[in-house]
Design a protein around this ligand. Structure first.
Ligand SMILES: [Fe+2]
Ligand SMILES: [Fe+2]
Length: 461
């Protein structure tokens, strides 16, 4: 069984750990970690001096103290045989590639398969080791237990699953029960016995890695990698004007407008920065406003204004903002703009429009699935999207749940979307008020407190 020596470089310890998890699931690895470019270069040189060079290096791009390209340049300049993987969300043109040196990239946030494919393809190219890799993979599949290093255990601390010690290929002994803390004492105990790894049931290991990945990926998606670049990022004039018009129309304050704009800027920047999300948004043009982008922008700023008015925590604005951008990602521009009317018409004309109706009813689920495929995992965002057509009286879709099952944040989003539809129908202020009165079905249970605040928002000038 071939052991692969990996150098993992990232300033975020969580991401390094996730890479260790992903790699260990597919390969037998021995790994070193660096948190910055200089440490990485030192480790590479040291390994060569000790005649035990790394087989592959996986590196972040944006790190304090130097970009990941510096490591690759070091490899080129010193003619080092070290396959290199960029793990980053930045554009290809910011990276450095080479025909003579093995190099590839994966998008951040990455999935397990992205990492496996990148590493396997580089190693295959370098020394046709793929047979060994696959053999290795198969061996791991056969076993019901998966190894986890004691370093990972001390890093995770709280372990939700039983741990085992391996006696031989067939027998494993349980040494701890679910939901126990892996303490320094535990760690030292195993170090003394020269035990470097314990085992989990493979199904538990999968679950542990998945939930850790979800946590890491959610924070990744919501993090600005390059603060300087973000400062230079501006919303297009069209969006800016669109928003100012809306705030004037609603008679909402400049302060509210600034909050909404700041959040919107953040969300659009992050969504466009990430290749997977950008693809999902490709029908939406944020330079020139089209129907879909107007719908998203309108929903997102209205939701954020409502969050502010209803005193939701500031740090949660982004979740509803993201939901606004992706809630209809599986619908066409035309349908997005006419969603509500479309739904009414289809219901009336059924069964002649069975397929259209089906598509409309499944779009909350479809939009969530597309986000999941793109690796975007914040639970709250998914919940809001899944529930965005539910109504508090149970007359909504896809599940027809009532207000007690509708998430607080979904509730705000549902109200915001109604408000934006009312707004699209009636640019005139007093008409808007009367249009809003039509949504009496929103005045149910916990929604009614919002309903009254909305009235105030609409009435005060
Ligand atoms: Fe929708
Ligand atoms: Fe919508």
């Amino acid at each position: 069984m071939k052991i692969i020596k990996v150098l993992i470089v990232d300033d975020e310890v969580d991401i390094r750990e996730l890479l260790v998890f992903y790699l260990s699931e597919k390969f037998t690895i021995q790994h070193s970690e660096a948190g910055n470019v200089n440490d990485a270069i030192k480790l590479i040189d040291k390994a060569i001096l000790e005649n035990a060079p790394f087989d592959v290096c996986i590196s972040d791009f944006n790190m304090p103290g130097g970009k990941g390209t510096k490591i690759f340049e070091h490899i080129i300049n010193n003619n080092i045989k070290l396959p290199f993987v960029y793990a980053t969300s930045v554009d290809d043109k910011e990276l450095k590639f080479s025909d003579k040196f093995k190099v590839t990239r994966v998008n951040k946030p990455f999935q397990e398969d992205d990492i496996y494919n990148a590493v396997a393809s580089l190693l295959l190219e370098s020394n046709s080791e793929i047979l060994n890799l696959n053999q290795d993979k198969n061996e791991k599949k056969i076993s019901n237990y998966s190894p986890i290093s004691i370093d990972s255990l001390i890093f995770l601390k709280l372990i939700n699953y039983s741990l085992y010690v391996k006696i031989n290929e067939e027998s494993y002994v349980k040494v701890s029960y679910p939901k126990t803390v892996f303490s320094n004492e535990n760690y030292n105990h195993y170090v003394e016995k020269n035990i470097k790894q314990l085992y989990l049931l493979s199904s538990d290991y999968k679950e542990l890695v998945n939930s850790f990945a979800q946590k890491v990926n959610s924070s990744l998606f919501l993090k600005i990698e390059d603060e300087e670049e973000f400062q230079q990022f501006k919303l297009s004039e069209q969006i800016q004007k669109f928003i100012t018009d809306i705030f004037d129309q609603f008679g909402w304050s400049k302060e509210l407008e600034e909050i909404a704009v700041a959040n919107l800027k953040n969300i659009i920047y992050l969504a466009q920065k990430n290749k997977n999300l950008k693809k999902l948004l490709n029908s939406i043009n944020f330079e020139k406003m089209n129907k879909a982008s107007a719908h998203c922008v309108l929903n997102s700023i209205t939701s954020i204004v409502l969050m502010k008015e209803f005193n939701f925590p500031v740090e949660d604005y982004k979740f509803i903002g993201f939901a606004a951008f992706f809630h209809d990602n599986s619908l066409s521009d035309y349908i997005i703009e006419n969603e509500f009317k479309f739904y009414q018409t289809l219901i009336q004309k059924r069964p002649n429009y069975k397929d259209e109706l089906k598509m409309l009813i499944s779009h909350p689920n479809d939009s969530v699935s597309a986000l999941t495929r793109a690796g975007f995992t914040p639970e709250l965002v998914k919940t809001i999207i899944l529930q965005h057509h539910e109504k508090p009286d149970g007359s909504g879709f896809p599940n027809g749940i009532k207000e007690n099952l509708i998430n607080e944040y979904s509730a705000v989003f549902i109200i915001a979307e109604h408000l934006t539809f009312a707004f699209l129908e009636h640019v005139n202020w007093s008409d808007l008020k009367s249009e809003w009165e039509k949504y009496q079905y929103l005045n149910v249970g916990k929604f009614s407190k919002y309903y009254n605040s909305i009235k105030n928002l609409l009435v005060s000038e």
